[in-house]
Design a protein around this ligand. Structure first.
Ligand code: SF4
Length: 177
């Protein structure tokens, strides 16, 4: 097992005292850098930055970061959820590491598309059908993993096929549909 022990810190971000959402960091006693390319190969939508020694991933609206000696998660509901999510992430790293002989490590550096690129592919009518006040806000929500393309019905209308296809190519798998 790669990670056998860790210390867990759960806190509200210092810039948001009293915030209702929590962040958590598992401080590790082992270096998991070598596991990052294997996680990059298996986690859809992960963004690997070897120069920063980090792999980031969005899941269920939560921002997750794996670094050499820590695993961090943000946008957590409470302490119970924070503990459960971090335990699950530690287990994910351990299971991926144990299966490394079956996985081709992926050293590809992927970057998340910038909001303006996504916005320029949206209908730009600010019709609000998606529940957001503007198409730009929807672009930000898409990139944060808090919205999905299907929430913009105008993108499914005739004539929007090409833009939708480009968005599907650009966005991580988990938020395409
Ligand atoms: S539904 Fe689509 S077109 Fe309408 S505001 Fe949302 S993103 Fe823009």
């Amino acid at each position: 097992m790669l990670i056998e022990h860790y210390a867990l810190d759960i806190f509200t971000p210092p810039c948001e005292p009293g915030a209702e959402r929590f962040s958590a960091i598992a401080r590790l006693t082992v270096d998991i850098s070598e596991a990052l390319p294997y996680l990059n190969a298996t986690l859809r939508g992960a963004v690997y930055r070897p120069d920063a020694g980090a792999l980031t991933w969005k899941k269920g609206g939560r921002s997750i970061t794996f670094r050499a000696y820590e695993i961090a998660a943000a946008n957590l509901e409470d302490r119970t959820e924070a503990t459960k999510i971090i335990d699950g992430l530690v287990d994910l790293v351990n299971r991926t590491w144990e299966r490394r002989d079956e996985i081709t490590p992926d050293h590809t550096v992927r970057r998340r598309p910038d909001p303006m690129t996504v916005y320029n592919l949206l209908p730009k009518t600010n019709c609000r059908v998606c529940g957001q006040p503007t198409c730009f806000t929807f672009a930000l929500k898409l990139l944060a993993g808090q919205a999905k393309l299907k929430q913009c019905p105008p993108l499914s209308e005739p004539g929007s096929e090409k833009r939708r296809e480009q968005l599907e190519t650009l966005l991580p798998d988990g938020i395409k549909r």
